[in-house]
Design a binder for this molecule. Structure first.
Ligand SMILES: [Zn+2]
Length: 144
């Protein structure tokens, strides 16, 4: 019997916008909208109301970290003639673009992190806990 996906695999699947349970790709209808459940294994991503608050939190932390890095790097690069306008332009650009671009990754990553904290329970997907799907080279998943 194949092993349950490791914590590292759950994280990697989340970062690459794949289903944490089976590795299926194509989980977004459009760029920003995560499907309600995995088309391959049937896992419902939002386990309970408010489930994705963690994804919003991760997105916020990631965005603020990038802003802080950009500010420090900008100040160091311009030192001693630090000017406000370029710093403001870069940080406003980050604050505007990153939350949108990172949103789908934050959601699938949060699904993986949540599965580390609260493992898959019987009936949550077409695969039982302790089983895993084997990923094919095309990225589709087949039960192994
Ligand atoms: Zn799946």
């Amino acid at each position: 019997m194949p092993a349950t996906p490791s914590n590292l695999r759950l994280i990697l699947r989340g970062i690459t916008r794949r289903c944490a349970v089976c590795g299926q790709r194509g989980l977004t209808d459009r760029f920003l909208r995560l499907r309600e459940q995995c088309p391959q294994c049937g896992y419902v991503f939002e386990r309970k109301a408010g489930h994705f608050v963690g994804a919003v939190g991760m997105n916020t932390i990631f965005t603020f970290a990038l802003i802080a890095i950009a500010l420090v790097a900008g100040i160091l690069l311009m030192w001693p003639d630090v000017t406000f306008i370029p710093l403001a332009a870069v940080t406003v650009g980050i604050a505007t673009a990153v939350p949108v671009l990172f949103h789908p990754i934050a959601k699938t990553l949060w699904v993986g992190i949540d599965l580390i904290i609260h493992p898959l329970e019987p009936g949550e997907a077409f695969v039982e806990p302790g089983e895993a799907f084997v990923e094919t080279e095309e990225g589709a998943a087949q039960q192994g």
